[in-house]
Design a protein around this ligand. Structure first.
Ligand code: MGD
Ligand code: MGD
Ligand code: SF4
Ligand code: MO
Length: 747
């Protein structure tokens, strides 16, 4: 799609990109530098330029974007000023996505494998094939698996998606595996039980908050547009921020107080806060009376959880815990923010209990769905896929799953299972053999104990992977389905992370797809046809589904596709909810849902799963760099120029005692694997911790810039057997991403 006139604009484009990287990083770090291209400054490039509305899909934030296209080439992305999520800005990840769009390493056509060997260091011998052959080959192999081993021998690895969910059900397999247990199931379990009867919210009204507390949430270090904006505004409004984190994260660096809590003990800190607030009558009496259920249990429950008790466990002085509890309850509004992979994320055996305790604390100070607190999502009514596209009945299917997810008392409601236990299921044929997989948008390096997952994938006879990059997962594929990048697609998004009022954003292709790619919904429909399941998708198409979503909100695709802002939904004043979707209709401090499902209705103290030992004396911490997106961005030149390698981050004094200097190569070793990294020394981490940033350690030779740099943090995370997960008896069924000790030594 490059025009012959490209050279005329090449200089402008380079200048744009340079400024874009600098401007976005500054915005990402909350330095408040304004967006740099305004509509009125476009005159230089006006004659050949157009502006297209889209929304960002690098992360789930969905920030509204106005994309500037010159001669068919995207030269600049700008935050949509009318969008409540973007407010005219983007983060560094979005700006640099132009480099991903034009990355020559992207997948360009369907391919099949010619080398039956699989795994790290093996050349798959991919050759180009037609789309028809790709669908036929996949359909034949899936059919063979179904004929010989039943439909349950096929596993879907992907996030829930309406078209794919239908194909899964039409095939009749219960096996749909997703990443949630590595990311946020602990928070879902507590919010489901205590507040929403459904999912969890992500909208924080920090701008109106005067006292912000975090048990590890690194919102400023993730560069999520709306989090950075609201945290920096809160700080400018003189809010106090207290961050507990064994590592001095970006957020901890900006906090008024950084508390170096011992990993896996935040629950004790939270319980002591409940003790102080209840025993000293510091709670918001009218909110507690009107909005909550079970307050009468709290005094008894928290009696013994004194700050002195918690001090022993957390290694934080009792007077600090007591003072922070008092400040939190008396500075209004106050709010503990929790996102995903903080101490209340699925990192420790006690994380779901911490998530429960955080709901209790936020309710005690009256800020759940109130100004300054965590707001429940406001959305338009959502149509059901089945109503829009009626279908034949699905076949019966087996209940037992390869990840044993059907045994998870609470989480099995949320259909997509578990990264942590699936390798055990596949390798040991629990409860039956599986033979084939359809994978989308998941990389192998995202699985706990990635090496074991690699072995599990090798055991399957056939793997089809939908990808944009030759990722490690793509390297395991028998057939590769290339998808367009989001800047080449259409869509509609609700933007979960910042929906104070219902608002949909519409995306039209910013440029035409550059390669021979197909959108995921179309891939599913074509695959269904090749499997003789096309009758499940009569009339169904991505375009009609987008239109149905818009119609339910009161507009249409035709009205929105050329809409000047690409946004639908007017600003509405905020009104706090007065009833909640729980059995009592209130926020359940004492959770009847937990109790009914055989769990503790109140989050009593429970220690982490594995403490450090003499052999493995370090706690393991994981973080992720602001400019990177998981394992997807290490091939991006702009991003790698900002952060090019991960390290073993160690306490400087402890390292000196161990004879380790900055830049020395060290091994970090858990009971399942060891990885080699260069040491980075800082005073900003506890002496007993090592922190490794996620996203590195690529081995796919198709990723020319990413391959061979750094190491994969996740090689060290022990995956779990079905039995180990059951024995944990965790309502959030978390993967225990950090609940194991490691050792560190010179390489
Ligand atoms: N730039 C960027 N942004 C992203 C992503 C990305 O890849 N890149 N990914 C997105 C996704 S999917 C997610 S899940 C989120 C994750 O974002 P967050 O939920 O903020 O999680 P992390 O970035 O992993 O940071 C977790 C912090 O918790 C600390 N921690 C670990 N154990 C404990 C403990 O026991 N107690 C306390 N108090 N702290 C502890 C760690 O030291 C670390 O600093 O980020 C999202 N945003
Ligand atoms: N070791 C370790 N593992 C982890 C984590 C960790 O901190 N450490 N974090 C966990 C968390 S919080 C999360 S959310 C998960 C995330 O896990 P994943 O969602 O697997 O994230 P990525 O590893 O970035 O892999 C995403 C893949 O999707 C591809 N992709 C991007 N866009 C598209 C598209 O439009 N279509 C298709 N088909 N593919 C696309 C990218 O090229 C990339 O290979 O990882 C979890 N796993
Ligand atoms: S916060 Fe997420 S959605 Fe918004 S611009 Fe950044 S990467 Fe894109
Ligand atoms: Mo995540």
């Amino acid at each position: 799609m490059q025009s012959t006139k490209k050279s005329t604009f090449e200089m402008d484009r380079r200048t744009f990109l340079k400024t874009a990287a600098g401007g976005s990083l500054a915005a990402g770090l909350g330095l408040g530098i304004p967006r740099f291209v305004h509509a009125e400054q476009q005159s230089v490039i006006e004659p050949q330029s157009k502006v297209v509305n889209t929304f960002c899909s690098v992360c789930g934030g969905g920030c509204g974007i106005r994309a500037h296209v010159v001669d068919g080439r995207v030269v600049h992305l700008e935050g949509n000023p009318d969008d409540q999520a973007a407010e005219g800005r983007l983060c560094v990840k979005a700006y640099s996505s132009i480099k991903t769009l034009y990355d020559p390493d992207r997948l360009k056509y369907p391919m099949k494998r010619t080398n039956p060997q699989k795994g790290e260091g093996v050349d798959p011998g991919f050759i180009q094939i037609s789309w028809e052959e790709a669908f036929q080959l996949t359909a034949e192999n899936f059919q063979k698996a179904i004929d010989e081993h039943g439909p349950e021998s096929i596993i879907f690895f992907m996030r829930g998606q309406d078209f794919a969910n239908r194909l899964r059900n039409a095939i009749g397999t219960p096996n749909h595996v997703a990443h949630q247990s590595t990311c946020f199931t602990s928070q879902v379990a507590s919010w489901f039980a205590q507040v929403t009867g459904g999912g969890r919210p992500y909208v924080y009204d920090l701008e109106n908050c005067k006292y912000i507390m975090g048990f590890g949430f690194d919102g400023l270090g993730k560069s999520k547009n709306m989090h950075i904006r609201s945290i920096t505004r809160a700080l400018a409004n003189n809010a106090k921020m207290v961050i507990l984190d064994p590592y001095m994260s970006v957020t901890a660096r900006k906090a008024h107080e950084w508390i170096q809590i011992k990993p896996g003990t935040d629950l004790a800190f939270a319980l002591a806060m409940i003790h102080v607030i209840v025993s000293e009558n510091l709670f918001d009496a009218s909110y507690v009376e009107d909005m909550t259920f079970g307050f009468e249990y709290l005094a008894d429950f928290a009696r013994d959880y004194t700050p002195e008790w918690a001090a022993e466990i957390t290694e934080v002085p009792a007077e600090d815990i007591r003072r922070i509890a008092r400040e939190f309850a008396t500075t209004k509004p106050a709010h503990i923010f929790t996102h995903k992979r903080d101490a209340a994320g699925p990192n420790y055996a006690n994380s779901t209990r911490l998530a429960q305790a955080i709901v209790i604390l936020n309710a005690l100070v009256g800020t759940i769905d109130r100004e300054g607190g965590l707001l429940l999502k406001r959305s338009f009514p959502t149509p059901s896929f089945d109503e829009v596209f009626p279908r034949p009945d699905f076949p019966e299917r087996r209940k037992e799953r390869i990840d044993a997810w059907e045994q998870r008392e609470i989480m099995s409601r949320f259909t997509n299972g578990d990264f942590a236990t699936v390798a055990d299921g596949i390798l040991n044929e629990k409860p039956y053999p599986t033979k084939a997989a359809l994978v989308r948008k998941y990389n192998l390096l995202a699985f706990p104990e990635a090496k074991r997952m690699e072995e599990a994938l090798k055991k399957l006879d056939f793997i089809a992977v939908c990808e944009i990059y030759p990722s490690e997962m793509a390297m395991m594929a028998d057939v590769v389905f290339p998808e367009p990048y989001w800047l080449e697609t259409s869509g509609v998004s609700e933007r979960d992370f910042f929906s104070r009022y219902p608002q949909l954003a519409v995306r039209t292709p910013v440029i035409e797809p550059q390669y021979d790619t197909k959108g995921f919904s179309a891939i599913i429909v074509e695959l269904a046809k090749a499997m003789n399941l096309g009758h499940y998708f009569e009339e169904a198409s991505g375009g009609k589904w987008n239109n149905a979503i818009l119609e339910a909100a009161g507009t249409t695709w035709d009205d929105m596709k050329d809409h000047p802002t690409g946004l639908w939904g007017d600003e509405k004043p905020f009104e706090g909810k007065t009833s909640f979707n729980t059995p009592s209709g209130k926020i359940e401090l004492f959770s009847t849902v937990m109790e009914e499902n055989g769990f503790d209705p109140l989050p009593h103290w429970r220690p982490r799963r594995e403490e450090p030992t003499a052999d493995y004396p370090f706690h393991y911490l994981i973080n992720r760099p602001p400019m990177h997106k998981m394992t997807e961005s290490q091939n991006n030149r702009l991003i790698m120029a900002l952060y090019g390698e991960n390290h073993a981050i160690l306490n400087d004094r402890r390292a000196a005692e161990m004879g380790i200097r900055e830049g020395d190569e060290v091994y970090v070793e858990s009971r399942v694997a060891k990885i080699k990294l260069k040491a980075k020394l800082t005073a900003g981490i506890r002496h007993d911790c090592v922190c490794v940033f996620h996203g590195f350690g690529h081995w796919s030779q198709g990723l020319s810039r990413a391959a061979g740099i750094g190491a994969n943090d996740g090689d060290l995370i022990p995956s779990m057997t079905h039995e180990e997960m059951k024995a944990l008896h965790d309502p959030g069924a978390g993967a225990c991403m950090l609940d194991f000790p490691v050792k560190v030594y010179r390489a």
